[in-house]
Design a binder for this molecule. Structure first.
Ligand code: SAH
Ligand code: SF4
Ligand code: F3S
Length: 443
């Protein structure tokens, strides 16, 4: 073990990734360094996710491995951060009594002091930080992952309480960062050499309603999108109930904003959407997509879909399949519904049996994969702007990046292209994107 090192495992979504960057930044500030393995590290951090059962299980199994490391070396510090720590604090403390710190996402402002305290005196029981009413302080340091793209939070938490979802309990009520802080952080990452920014929030479209004076997401997009030196702007996640026409208009007019919309539909049946508490009908969703495609004919659309929500009948599931056929999503993240403790859906009757959920998921995945592949094959021959990330780990002599449509593009090229904007012509279409050939270097 190296006494000045740390190791972070991140589960879950981009919010957790961004939080892990903050944790790394705080530890850097205490003169700790990232370790290559958990065995080597003094401080072990896991940033947990509770959105479904699987990531929860993953966290506990990882923590089981770390118990042995702690027994070998009681000087080690184990921190369980993230959403599971917030929504299942007691379970974490019971199953991981050897944890030193148990901390929810809203309490990151205490991370530095919590570590310092543990470095001074060993713990008999975990120090718990789970006050969801807290505000995350501005100006926490960050060690961002290397690359071309940086995450910038615009809201914390969520107020929507969709019936199946733990996120509002895990991350607390929605709070918007003030535009000046978002713009300052964005300028900072551009000065550090990043070319692309992704704005993060659980529902970016409700950004700014809580500010004094209130501010619209569309206006924030315009302000960040026109910062000098920015090449690309992305944002996630959009919520159909709050996505305004104005946002689509700004996307279409500000050149840095990429032609990609991640818009989770969850289901194609109005009765199911109603019981999920999503606040829109399938018709409204389809209208937004039509409008987005009118504003930006080259836009790609990705979504999240869930099968087997309590009470979902075969006919209702068929409506989701129909929606997928009608919309023709470029990409979809597809899940089997999971009961999450404390949510409304967990208490609902008529649970769909596991094997039926599995059958529906497979059918949905089969259909969506066919559509995704077809769409990419249909654009073979077209030219795409790509921000090059680096060498493709799987194909020698090839570089890899993303198109504005957020598709992965792999093309023969030299390492010197990393970080550059190029144009490529698609030569083969796959589920995930294209193989391509270099046309020209834009800059
Ligand atoms: N804020 C985003 C999504 C956050 S969670 C939004 O509103 O869309 C990411 C995805 O996980 C969700 O879109 C949903 O499809 C899925 N998900 C959330 N809770 C789930 C549950 N209990 N079971 C299965 N999937 C779930
Ligand atoms: Fe969860 Fe709904 Fe909030 Fe998304 S909008 S994080 S699905 S409660
Ligand atoms: Fe998971 Fe928390 Fe994100 S529950 S999906 S890490 S907000």
């Amino acid at each position: 073990m190296n006494p000045k090192t740390y190791y972070i495992v991140t589960l879950g979504c981009q919010m957790n990734e961004r939080d892990s960057q903050t944790i790394a930044g705080i530890l850097d500030g205490l003169d700790f360094y990232p370790a290559d393995s958990p065995e080597e590290a003094r401080i072990l951090i896991i940033n947990t996710c509770s959105v479904r059962q699987k990531p929860d299980e993953k966290a506990f199994s990882r923590l089981g491995e770390w118990r042995l490391l702690k027994e070998q070396d009681p000087d080690r510090i184990i921190a369980v951060c993230g959403c599971t720590s917030q929504v299942a604090t007691e379970e974490v403390c019971r199953r991981v009594p050897y944890a030193d710190i148990v901390m929810g996402p809203r309490s990151l402002g205490h991370f530095r002091d919590a570590v310092l305290q543990r470095l001074e005196a060993p713990a008999r029981q975990p120090a718990v930080f789970t006050d969801n009413a807290e505000l995350i302080p501005e100006a926490l340091p960050a060690r961002r992952s290397r690359g071309v793209s940086a995450f910038v939070n615009i809201t914390y938490g969520c107020d929507n309480y969709c019936a199946y979802c733990v996120v509002p309990y895990a991350r607390g009520p929605e709070v918007s960062r003030v535009p000046a802080e978002i713009i300052a952080e964005s300028r900072g990452v551009l000065a550090d050499g990043y070319k692309e920014i992704t704005l993060l929030g659980q529902n970016v479209n409700s950004y700014g309603r809580d500010l004094q004076p209130p501010m619209e997401f569309a206006k924030l997009l315009l302000e960040v999108g026109t910062i000098y030196g920015l090449e690309r702007l992305r944002f996630t996640t959009s919520h159909p109930k709050d996505l305004s026409d104005r946002v689509l208009e700004i996307m279409a007019t500000v050149p840095t904003i990429c032609e990609h919309l991640h818009l989770p539909v969850q289901a194609g049946d109005d009765e199911v959407l109603g019981r999920m508490g999503r606040g829109y009908t399938y018709k409204l969703f389809a209208r937004i997509i039509a409008s987005a495609r009118e504003y930006m004919p080259s836009i790609s659309i990705s979504t999240d879909l869930m099968v087997g929500f309590p009470g979902e009948t075969e006919a209702q599931f068929q409506n989701t399949l129909k929606a997928v056929e009608q919309i023709r999503f470029d990409q979809a993240f597809m899940f089997k519904y999971n009961d999450r403790p404390g949510t409304r859906a967990a208490e609902m009757p008529d649970k769909v049996p596991e094997d039926e959920k599995q059958r529906r998921l497979l059918e949905l995945v089969g259909l969506q994969n066919e559509i995704g592949r077809d769409l990419n094959q249909a654009t073979v021959g077209s030219v795409f702007e790509v921000l090059v990330e680096g060498p493709d780990p799987k194909s020698a002599g090839c570089m890899r990046g993303r198109s504005r449509q957020n598709k992965i593009m792999i093309f023969p090229g030299s390492d010197g292209l990393a970080g550059k904007l190029v144009e490529v012509r698609a030569t083969e279409g796959f589920l995930w994107g294209h193989k391509a050939e270099l046309v020209r270097i834009v800059e």
